[in-house]
Design a binder for this molecule. Structure first.
Ligand SMILES: Cc1ncc(COP(=O)(O)O)c(C=O)c1O
Length: 405
């Protein structure tokens, strides 16, 4: 076998490799490495792993639509009809009638003219922000935004600034700093993915109107979750049609993969002819497209009831954790941080939970700032009250074991 010569000096590349491998080794030494655990069966909120059956709290299937029979059947039917792939990129031979159906379904769901679907939520943010924001423009991003937004802003050729998390005074200060006449895009998560709090849409919109800025909101964690019928942040605040660019993923509440932008016709036509990730990357496969479309149909049909169960579960879960002495931060949604403030305690709690039937994972720096380590437990509509009570008992014992409570 061809051998690489030994590296003569520890260069930057080697330093970065060693840094990550060191952290992986650390978690493995503490027998608390639970990343990439393989799951062989899914049964409601329960999963089968190599070391037994566990109750899932590391999921984004907020309405419990994963394994919904109507959605699974739609995927099977699409394979029967179209096969497993496409003829390549959407702009050339890769567009199927069901791609257009899905985009129309998304547009209708969000009350917009049109929509564009990309191969993932990550790619959607990367492609959209970097396509819209050019030289001389400003992109103004909440400090707690998801990595895909940050990466999209970094890739854009315009000026990238951040405002303090959910701080509208700081947003206004940033908007005032932008030069007269510069294009301005304000971008934020609707529900923040590490802390579960909600972006103050009404105040942000007022500022965007005042300073002539466009507003882009990432609905990855609010689709199906916010609003009585699960239509997202505009429904939650009673402000339909107010956001210029609505971004969403097809991998969380919708049990598929992909991402989308819903907006006016002009914006979507522009993105379909200018976004490099749309033009130069293959179309989503038929089974995924059909499943995603079926997912939106299920939310339209069953969203109200599933959302009611989800809200009940969120209340029961957050209330139960707080009663037991846990700090759940600022969450008011299914994303529930269980703060440990220490990497070691987060790893210890994870190990205890995983060994006692609860599938949950730690969130450590750099995903959160140093000193803000936690477990992130996502509750869903697939959990029963009995499931949640079982988990609360395990979390309590784990918290005592790790010295968190
Ligand atoms: C807020 C937010 N936006 C975008 C993404 C990326 O979506 P996807 O996993 O579909 O690529 C995520 C993923 O976790 C997210 O949390």
């Amino acid at each position: 076998m061809l051998q690489h010569p030994p590296t003569k000096q520890r260069d930057g590349i080697q330093w970065r490799i060693d840094e990550i491998l060191g952290r992986v080794d650390d978690a493995k030494t503490k027998q608390a490495y639970y990343y990439q655990q393989s799951i062989s069966e899914i049964d409601g909120a329960w999963v089968m792993t190599e070391d037994g059956r566990k109750l899932m709290f590391a999921t984004y299937s907020y309405l419990g639509l994963l394994r919904h029979p109507y959605i699974d059947q739609a995927a099977k039917d699409a394979i029967e009809r179209y096969g497993t792939g496409t003829h390549g990129v959407r702009l050339l031979g890769g567009t199927l009638d069901i791609h257009l159906d899905l985009e129309q379904t998304i547009a209708r769901f969000h009350g917009r003219d049109d929509a564009i679907v990309f191969s993932s939520g990550y790619v959607t943010n990367l492609a959209t922000i970097s396509t819209i924001v050019g030289k001389g423009d400003w992109v103004i991003s909440d400090k707690w935004n998801h990595a895909s937004i940050v990466d999209g802003c970094s890739l854009a050729r315009g000026h990238f600034v951040r405002f303090r998390h959910n701080d509208m005074k700081d947003l206004e200060r940033r908007l005032q700093q932008a030069p007269e006449g510069a294009g301005k895009l304000v971008v934020a998560d609707a529900v923040f993915s590490m802390d579960g709090d909600i972006f103050p849409l009404p105040e942000a919109l007022e500022l965007c109107h005042k300073y002539n800025a466009r507003l882009m909101i990432d609905e990855a964690h609010s689709l199906g979750v916010l609003g009585d019928t699960g239509h997202g942040i505009e429904e939650y605040f009673g402000m339909p049609g107010s956001i210029d660019i609505k971004m969403g993923t097809l991998s969380k509440t919708i049990p598929g993969v992909g991402g989308y932008i819903a907006a006016d016709e002009e914006m979507i036509t522009f993105l379909k002819h200018a976004a490099r990730a749309f033009i130069f990357s293959a179309a989503l496969p038929p089974a995924v497209v059909a499943a995603c479309k079926a997912g939106f149909e299920v939310i339209e049909r069953e969203g109200v009831e599933r959302n009611r169960i989800l809200s009940r579960n969120v209340k029961h879960f957050i209330g139960g954790l707080q009663e037991r002495g846990f700090d759940t931060g600022v969450s008011v949604t299914p994303i529930v941080p269980i703060m440990t403030y220490s990497d070691d305690k987060a790893l210890m709690m994870t190990k205890y939970c995983q060994e006692n039937g609860v599938f949950v994972l730690p969130v450590l720096p750099p995903a959160v700032p140093p000193g803000k380590s936690r477990l992130r437990a996502n509750v869903t509509a697939a959990h029963t009250i009995e499931d949640i009570d079982f988990a609360l008992d395990v979390f309590e014992a784990a918290g005592k074991f790790a010295g968190v409570i």
